[in-house]
Design a protein around this ligand. Structure first.
Ligand code: AMP
Ligand code: ZN
Length: 113
C-alpha cells in the first residue's frame, strides 16, 4: 500500500534496523522499545490487522510467529518471551499493517495492561 508506514519500510523508503528478511516476512527493531528485545515481525504483503485477516492469510500469520520464535532462539530468550498482536485502537494498535511484537529480555508481567 502506497502510504502505509510498514509497506514503506519493506520497500526501503523509510529506514529500519533490519533483524531478519526473507521472501515473505521482514523483521526490524521497534523504534520505541518496551523491552531489551522489541522486534516487529511483519508480512511483506499488506494486511491491515488480524481482524481483517482471513484463512488465506493463515500461512503468513504462522510464518510471522515462526520468525519471531527463531529470533528469540538466536537471542537466547527461551527462558521467556512474548509475542503480541495489538488488534484495533482500543488495544493499542497504531500502525495498520499487521505486525507481531516480540518482547523479551526482562520479566514480563501477566496480565498485560
Ligand atoms: P502497535 O501500537 O501495536 O500498532 O505497534 C506499532 C509499533 O510500531 C510501536 O511499538 C512503534 O514504536 C513502532 N514503530 C512506529 N514507527 C516505527 C518505525 N519507523 N520504525 C520502527 N518501529 C516503529
Ligand atoms: Zn502496509
Amino acid at each position: 500500500m502506497n502510504d502505509c508506514l510498514f509497506c514503506k519500510i519493506v520497500r526501503g523508503q523509510i529506514p529500519s534496523k533490519k533483524v531478519y528478511d526473507d521472501e515473505h516476512t521482514y523483521a526490524f527493531e521497534d523504534i520505541d522499545p518496551k523491552a531489551p528485545t522489541h522486534v516487529l515481525i511483519i508480512p511483506k504483503r499488506h494486511i491491515p490487522g488480524l481482524k481483517e485477516a482471513d484463512t488465506s492469510d493463515a500461512e503468513i500469520i504462522g510464518r510471522c510467529h515462526i520468525t519471531a520464535a527463531q529470533i528469540a532462539q538466536e537471542r537466547k530468550l527461551e527462558e521467556g518471551y512474548r509475542t503480541v498482536l495489538n488488534v484495533g485502537p482500543a488495544a493499542g494498535q497504531s500502525v495498520f499493517h499487521m505486525h507481531v511484537h516480540l518482547l523479551g529480555g526482562r520479566k514480563l508481567n501477566w496480565p498485560p495492561g
